[in-house]
Design a protein around this ligand. Structure first.
Ligand code: SF4
Length: 862
């Protein structure tokens, strides 16, 4: 075992990273060596046992806990691990497989006190709390001391407070740092391997940064240089953390600038991060991980500076003692979060303290900082405020109010899923408390690496044994499935930044928070303010829903609520809830196009006012789909059936919440549909850069992509109809990817695949395909029309210039090899209007024999 391990260490060293954490098999080998240690290897073996095994409910932790338990029970022996040492090591395992033994030891006189000391610092107690309580009630003094310690929050008070003054060096990146810079999509496969993945951060050359190898390894030497000044290093940017994959992005930041965690391999915590703007989900993810994160002007702070941060005065001073920036925290609770080791440990710990105080008959503690309660306006609530209120058991929640809404639905996808899995293990989660947790494989299915294939094999079991639902590779895009599992007016979350429920509301989050939501069934939330977009009037012929999606930034720019320029960037949508109303006869599929794109606005969430009929039609279809899934062998069947029954309950009394007429919004944007007379596109390479078609017509196009979660079956039929009219060879490379396998199969049945194939379109397996850019990619430096969600630099292809457009406009561009003029566009789409009923017909599974007959055979055992 040691020989193989040393080889692995050498290989990793050559890559510039520490060895991987030990797996269960390696720990089993280690255990045998510890029982009978070879001479000279003693220290190495103990270090491996102590520091190189993940804590929580990882399989390796299971083997470690079993060995240590055997030692304390006298069933195994090691000359290197005494019973006391075994208790100490069990106490470092945070929760999960170590807990039962530690609690049992409270009855063993010679080890009880030591076990008690370890339990006092353990937060992940969950139901085992009651076992300690029982012992206390039966007269066990150590158990009583443990509960008293929890009640007094000693787990918190014994940790260092945030210092009055922190001297740090600065690692500053100018311009916008999106999460793709920190966690590049083509490197998504390595995300769970934090040290390795971190090496790809900032791998593309940019102002002020010199990667080790352009496109491969980031500016490691530059980071080392700053660290060599001898101070801890703060990570600083102008605009920090825009985009998705926040957990892997924060992992990369923390790997370089955070602190080691004793007994936890290859993971770091803490650190300091600030910027003029910090994107809200990135902010929360850093907060969860224990970082001191805040917004502060950074124009007088440069790469390599040494500064003094005074957190309690809200000042940053340069070496000459001059104030170079002033700030205030979003909430002073962050000081408690940093002290506790992160927002999640703080929430779990506070819960434990409350429980212990209740058991001891004590008043709630005043020890923790509480968020400032917002001023009560007595005004009505917005739709989002009502939905979150319902999930908290109250009428509504005001902006700024801290709350913990119930998480009804939680989504996880495959490039963040392995990190969520690791976080779930760290949280000692063996069963989900959230009602429905779903895992997809849409980002890696088409062109998997061996590491993806391994994840695809192991993840379903992990999810299903905890009561979740696992899709299969090739099924399609997470949201196109998850949306079909939603309940109206409920709240959820997901690790993908495009988890943007079209009915109800979701607050997408980093993997740590998603794991927390899945495990506990609630999520911490500071209720954001809302921006209302109110559409009115009638949509004009030839204008698509995608154009309305782009109308939001277009009008935002016009009203001064959004700027495209990065320096001094204005984005009034950022961190707020985007609430959309006024669109009549909107289907839930269409609503998702609007809510999906709220991610590009950096909004915290999105609501859409829908009509009951549309929701009833969608749920009726989805009930059939869920039971069809059960009959097709998807699991967990009880979760799927429970959700189908909940939909039936809603249908028995179909009512939807609506905003109060006197609800207050941070901003209101009114858009008259009659004013949108031509398509609106978002230009390279910024989803905020919305322009009219006439401003960009004539641009030569090399490649076209129709796919992503922004599309539904209607878009593919529209593309097929336009292609069928064309008799000339395609002028571009045209990629097409239906969002789900059900869309693909229906398009095949209707003959559209034949049309695509004849036209020379490259059809891809249902899934994310080009959208994420981690698999197939467009040619470097090509100009592209795409229906995907975002056009960040290098996302679809290196140096590609990407225009985001409707499927209709993209298809016409593919045929013509250029962006058409409005006249050319309207001429070509004219033909679609007479066939609109046939083209824009959604998948209603309850009207399709293949699905209803199969669904009828579904059965669920108790
Ligand atoms: S299609 Fe694109 S935006 Fe949607 S989930 Fe996949 S990668 Fe994310």
């Amino acid at each position: 075992m040691l020989e193989a391990y040393r080889k692995h260490v050498a290989e990793r060293e050559a890559e510039g990273v520490p060895p991987k954490a030990l797996n269960a098999e390696q720990v089993a080998g280690l255990v045998e060596l510890l029982k009978n240690p070879p001479a000279g290897e003693e220290a190495v073996l103990v270090d491996l046992l102590e520091n190189r095994i993940p804590p929580g409910v990882d399989e390796a932790a299971y083997v470690k806990a079993a060995f240590l338990t055997a030692i304390v029970k006298g069933e195994a022996e090691s000359p290197l691990v005494s019973k006391e040492k075994a208790v100490e090591l069990l106490g470092m395992m945070q929760g999960g497989y170590n807990i039962a033994t530690l609690v049992d030891l409270l009855d063993i006189p010679e080890l009880a006190e030591l076990a008690g000391e370890k339990l006092k610092d353990t937060l992940l107690m969950f139901d085992a709390f009651h076992d300690v309580q029982e012992k206390m009630e039966a007269g066990n003094a150590t158990a009583k001391a443990v509960i008293e310690s929890w009640a007094n929050a000693e787990w918190f008070t014994k940790r260092d407070k945030v210092a009055e003054s922190i001297k740090m060096s600065i690692f500053k990146v100018t311009g916008e740092i999106n999460t793709d810079d920190l966690s590049p999509a083509p490197d998504a496969w390595s995300r769970p391997d934090i040290p390795l993945h971190a090496r790809a951060a900032f791998k593309m050359t940019r102002d002020g940064l010199t990667p080790e190898e352009h496109g491969v390894t980031g500016p490691i030497s530059q980071i080392e240089e700053i660290k060599a000044k001898g101070y801890p290093v703060a990570f600083v940017g102008d605009v920090v953390g825009t985009g998705s994959s926040r957990k892997s992005a924060t992992n990369s930041v923390l790997w370089f600038f955070g602190d080691d965690m004793p007994g936890v391999p290859n993971k770091r915590t803490g650190g300091v991060c600030f910027g003029s703007k910090v994107a809200p989900i990135f902010f929360n993810t850093m907060e969860d991980a224990g970082a001191l994160v805040f917004e502060a002007p950074v124009d007088k702070i440069n790469m390599g500076d040494v500064v003094e941060i005074r957190p309690y005065d809200g000042k940053i001073l340069n070496e000459a003692g001059e104030t170079v920036s002033e700030f205030s925290f979003k909430s002073d609770v962050i000081l408690d979060e940093v002290q506790a080791g992160g927002r999640i440990p703080l929430i779990i710990g506070r819960g434990l303290t409350d429980k212990a105080r209740t058991v001891l008959g004590l008043e709630p503690t005043q020890m923790f900082r509480t968020p400032v309660e917002p001023f009560e306006t007595n005004k009505g609530y917005t739709l989002a405020q009502k939905m979150v209120g319902k999930a908290c058991g109250v009428e509504g929640v005001r902006p700024g109010q801290y709350c913990e809404p119930k998480m009804t639905t939680v989504g996880s996808q495959d490039t963040t899923g392995p990190m969520t899995r690791d976080e779930l293990k760290d949280l000692a989660c063996l069963g989900f408390s959230a009602d429905l947790v779903m895992q997809s494989f849409c980002h890696t299915a088409a062109y998997p690496k061996p590491v993806d294939v391994e994840m695809q094999h192991t993840m379903p079991d992990f999810i299903q044994t905890r009561g979740g639902v696992a899709l299969r590779p090739g099924d399609g895009v997470i949201h196109s499935w998850l949306n079909r599992m939603l309940l109206p007016d409920t709240v959820g979350t997901g690790g993908d930044s495009h988890t943007r429920f079209p009915m109800g509301i979701s607050f997408p989050a980093g993997s740590g928070l998603v794991a927390f939501a899945a495990a506990t069934g609630v999520m911490p939330l500071d209720m954001p303010e809302s921006v209302l977009v109110r559409f009115k009037g009638e949509m004009q012929p030839g204008i698509t829903l995608r154009d309305l999606v782009h109308a939001i930034p277009y009008y935002g720019i016009k009203q001064g609520l959004l700027t495209v320029e990065k320096a001094g960037k204005i984005n009034e949508f950022s961190g707020k809830v985007l609430e959309i109303e006024g669109l009549k006869n909107l289907s839930v599929e269409q609503a998702f196009e609007l809510s999906d794109a709220s991610a590009e606005r950096s909004a915290a969430g999105c609501t859409i006012t829908l009509e009951e009929d549309a929701v009833a039609e969608y749920l009726s279809s989805n009930i059939t789909m869920l039971r069809w899934m059960i009959a097709e062998g998807y699991g967990d069947p009880r979760t799927l059936e429970r959700r189908a029954k909940a939909m039936e309950e809603w249908l028995a009394n179909p009512t939807l919440m609506r905003a109060d007429s006197d609800a207050e919004y941070a901003h209101v944007i009114e858009i008259d549909l009659a004013d949108i007379k031509e398509p609106i596109v978002c230009c390279p390479n910024d989803p905020d850069d919305a322009k009219l078609l006439s401003d960009v017509a004539g641009t030569k196009i090399d490649e076209v992509f129709v796919g992503s979660c922004m599309t539904n079956i209607g878009h593919f039929r529209a593309a097929g109809q336009l292609l069928a009219q064309n008799k000339e060879p395609l002028q571009t490379r045209f990629w097409m990817t239906p969002p789900t396998k059900m869309d693909a199969s229906q398009l095949m049945e209707e003959g559209y695949y034949n049309t695509f194939g004849t036209a020379g379109v490259r059809t891809e397996m249902p899934g994310c395909s080009l959208c994420m850019g981690n698999q197939a990619r467009v040619e470097a430096n090509s100009t592209v029309l795409s229906t995907s969600t975002r056009n960040f630099p290098n996302r679809l292809g290196d140096g590609a210039n990407v225009y985001l457009t409707s499927a209709e406009l993209a298809s016409i561009g593919a045929i013509m090899g250029k962006i058409p003029t409005p006249a050319e566009y309207f001429e070509k789409v004219k033909s679609l209007s007479s066939k609109s009923e046939e083209v824009y017909k959604y998948l209603n599974f309850d009207t399709m024999d293949a699905y209803t007959s199969k669904a009828a055979t579904a059965s669920v055992e108790d």
